[in-house]
Write a protein that binds this ligand. Structure first.
Ligand code: AMP
Length: 555
C-alpha cells in the first residue's frame, strides 16, 4: 500500500506549513501509524528505533489536538506534559515542538524545564501556563510540590519519551509520585527504543487499552543506507589508524568518535590536538548549556569531530540485565557527572556521515544507539568500529544480534586497511601518545570544565543579549597542556603511502587546490591533471618544496 502523505493525515494547515518548512516530504513509518491514532485520542505504546522520527510522531498529533481544543476552550493551562530522561533530550524536544508550532506559536506555547539548573528562574515561565511542558520527572515533581505547576485539572496528554531509560536513570520513585498528582483521565504516549521490563512496568502504570506499535523495522537502517565496518587493531594501532584516517581525510564529513569513558575522550582530544586536528569533547561533566551548545553548533556545521564518551550506557538497565534495587540516578557513577546526561540515546546529531567506535561499545544496545547516530531519516552513513582482541566477544554479540541470530551473516564488513603501509606514521603517533600524559589529561579535563562553567553561567546573561557572540563561542579550541609540536601539523609527502596518495587529502594539498582551482565547478586544468599522475609530479613536488623553504626563510 502507498504510504500516506502529511496532507492526507487531516492536519491543520499551520502544521502542514511547518512540516513543509522542515523539508519533510512524507511521514516516517512511525509517524504514519502514530499520528492518526494520536489524533483519535488512543493511548499508544510505540517502539521506534533511534532516528525514526518518533518525536514528531507524538508531537504532531498533540499539537493538532491542542489546536482543536483551543477553538472551544479559551482558558490558558498546561495541557500536555512530556517527560524525558535527559536534559539534552528535553531541549531537543522543545526545539522540535517549536519548529512544528512555528505558524501557531501564539496559540501554542512550550516550555522546557529540564535544562535550567535554577528552579526559581523557571517559576515565572510556568506562571504563564505554557500549553506544553517538557521536563525530567524529578524537575516536574519539584514544581508540582511547590505548586508552581498544577496538572490535576487541565492535563490532556502525557508523553514518556525514551521510556526504557526513565527507570534506569533513577526516576522510578519520582515518576510514581508524579503520576498520583495527575487527573484520572488523559491520553498517554509511551515511546521507547526497546520493550524491556521497565517499559512493561510503565505500561501498567500509565496506559489504558493502548495500541501497541511494534513496527517491522530493523533496529538499524539496512546496508543500502548504513554501511558498517570493523577493523581489528590493538591500542597503539587504534591511534595510528585514527590519525591516518583523519589526517589524510580518508574519513570525510561530520564524525562522531565514541570512547568508553571521559578520561579517554580527553586522551583522544589531546592526541588529535598534537596534530592540530580540532575536536570537541562531549561528556556528562560539562554544564548542560555547553553540551546543548556543542550539539547545536555541530548540527550547524561548526565542527567536524565530536568525541563522545558514552558512560551512561554502562548503567543502562538493558546492559546490566536487571535493575539495581533502590538505586537512585545511575549517572552519579562518577563524581561530578550529571545524572541526566545521555549521548548515544535520544540526542539528535544531524547529518553525521561517520560514527567511529574508537572503543567497542559495551553492549549490543549501545552499539545500536551509537551507530544510529548516522544514517538518520533518509541520509546515508558509515559506522566504523575498531576492535581490540579483548573486544572480539562483543563484536560476536553484535554480529549475532544484527545478523538475526545467525553467526554467519556478516553485518559488519571487514574494513580492509593495510596497516603496514602507514608504518611511517607510527613514530609520530607514538610521540604524540607519549605527550598525552595522565597529568595532561587531568589538567585538560579541569580546564575545560572551568571554561565551560564560565561560558555557561557567568556569560549567560551576556549571551542572551548578544546571541551573535554566543554563536561565535567555540568548544574545539586546543586545551594544550601537552606541548604541541608544530611540525606534526603537516604530513610530509614522503610519509604518505603511495597507495593512499590519490585519495589522501592533506591540508597542504587542500590549500594548493584552493589556490589553483577557485570554483568547485571549474574543470581541472591540464597542470592539475598532470599532478594527479605520480610519475609526472616529481618536478612539481620539487618546486613545492622550494616554495616552502622560501616561505620559512621569509618568516
Ligand atoms: P527523532 O527520531 O525524533 O530524533 O528524529 C530524527 C531526525 O529525523 C530529526 O532530525 C528529525 O528532524 C528528522 N525527521 C523527523 N521526521 C522526518 C520526516 N518525516 N522526514 C524527514 N526527516 C524527519
Amino acid at each position: 500500500m502507498e504510504a500516506l502523505r502529511f496532507h492526507e493525515l487531516g492536519l491543520d494547515n499551520r502544521l502542514l506549513k511547518a512540516v513543509a518548512d522542515l523539508g519533510w516530504e512524507k511521514p516516517t513509518l512511525i509517524q504514519e501509524k502514530a499520528i492518526p491514532l494520536g489524533i483519535e485520542g488512543k493511548d499508544l505504546l510505540a517502539r521506534a528505533r533511534t532516528g525514526s522520527g518518533k518525536t514528531a510522531a507524538y508531537s504532531i498529533p498533540i499539537i493538532q489536538n491542542l489546536l482543536e481544543s483551543k477553538m472551544t476552550v479559551s482558558e490558558q493551562a498546561v495541557r500536555v506534559l512530556i517527560l524525558v530522561p535527559t536534559k539534552e533530550l528535553g531541549h531537543q524536544v522543545q526545539q522540535m515542538v517549536r519548529q512544528l508550532t512555528a505558524y501557531c506559536a501564539r496559540d501554542i506555547r512550550v516550555a522546557d524545564i529540564s535544562g535550567q539548573a535554577d528552579i526559581s528562574a523557571q517559576r515565572p515561565i510556568l506562571m504563564e501556563k505554557p500549553d506544553i511542558v517538557v521536563g525530567t520527572p524529578s524537575r516536574v515533581l519539584i514544581h508540582i510540590n511547590q505548586k508552581t505547576l498544577c496538572l490535576r485539572e487541565s492535563l490532556q496528554a502525557l508523553v514518556i519519551d525514551e521510556a526504557d531509560l526513565i527507570f534506569s536513570f533513577g526516576f522510578e520513585d519520582d515518576l510514581k509520585t508524579l503520576l498520583c498528582k495527575l487527573p484520572n483521565i488523559y491520553q498517554s504516549y509511551l515511546m521507547s527504543a526497546t520493550f524491556n521490563e521497565d517499559v512493561k512496568a510503565l505500561k501498567e502504570l500509565v496506559l489504558h487499552n493502548p495500541v501497541t506499535l511494534k513496527l517491522e523495522e530493523s533496529q538499524l537502517p539496512d546496508s543500502s543506507q548504513l554501511t558498517q565496518y570493523h577493523i581489528q587493531c590493538e591500542e597503539e594501532d587504534k591511534f595510528l589508524l585514527l590519525y591516518t584516517l583523519l589526517k589524510l581525510s580518508l574519513i570525510r564529513g561530520k564524525t562522531l568518535l565514541f570512547v568508553n569513558d571521559v578520561e579517554r575522550s580527553y586522551r583522544l582530544k589531546l592526541f588529535l590536538e598534537q596534530f592540530s586536528i580540532p575536536s570537541c569533547v562531549l561528556n556528562s561533566e560539562l554544564p548542560v548549556q555547553s553540551r546543548c551548545h556543542i550539539i547545536g553548533q555541530f548540527n550547524k556545521g561548526f565542527y567536524d569531530y565530536i568525541i563522545a564518551s558514552d558512560e551512561q550506557a554502562l548503567s543502562d538497565s538493558s546492559v546490566k540485565g536487571k535493575k539495581q534495587a533502590g538505586k537512585k540516578k545511575v549517572g552519579k557513577a562518577e563524581k561530578g557527572q550529571d545524572s541526566e546526561y545521555g549521548v548515544s540515546r535520544g540526542i539528535d546529531f544531524q547529518n553525521v556521515s561517520t560514527v567511529l567506535n574508537f572503543d567497542f561499545p559495551l553492549s549490543v544496545d549501545s552499539y545500536i544507539h551509537r551507530a544510529g547516530r548516522t544514517a538518520r531519516a533518509n541520509n546515508p552513513g558509515v559506522a566504523l568500529t575498531f576492535v581490540a582482541h579483548t573486544e572480539l566477544s562483543l563484536l560476536k554479540d553484535v554480529e549475532e544480534a544484527l545478523g538475526g541470530g545467525s553467526a554467519e551473516a556478516c553485518v559488519l564488513h571487514p574494513y580492509r586497511f593495510r596497516m603496514e603501509e602507514v608504518e611511517g606514521f607510527r613514530y609520530r603517533c607514538r610521540d604524540a601518545m607519549r605527550s598525552v600524559t595522565k597529568q595532561a589529561i587531568k589538567e585538560a579535563r579541569l580546564k575545560e570544565i572551568k571554561e565551560e562553567l564560565l561560558n555557561s553561567e557567568k556569560l549567560k546573561t551576556y549571551f542572551e543579549d548578544n546571541p551573535r557572540d554566543f554563536n561565535l563561542l567555540r568548544h574545539d579550541r586546543p586545551l594544550h597542556p601537552a606541548i604541541v609540536k608544530p611540525h606534526l601539523k603537516n604530513v610530509p609527502d614522503y610519509l604518505i603511502p603511495s597507495s593512499l596518495r590519490s585519495v589522501a587529502n592533506t591540508s597542504l594539498k587542500k590549500k594548493k587546490r584552493k589556490r589553483m582551482q577557485p570554483g568547485p565547478s571549474k574543470a581541472p586544468s591540464k597542470k592539475m591533471r598532470k599532478t594527479r599522475d605520480p610519475l609526472k609530479t616529481f618536478k612539481y613536488a620539487k618546486g613545492k618544496k622550494r616554495t616552502d623553504t622560501k616561505k620559512k626563510a621569509e618568516s
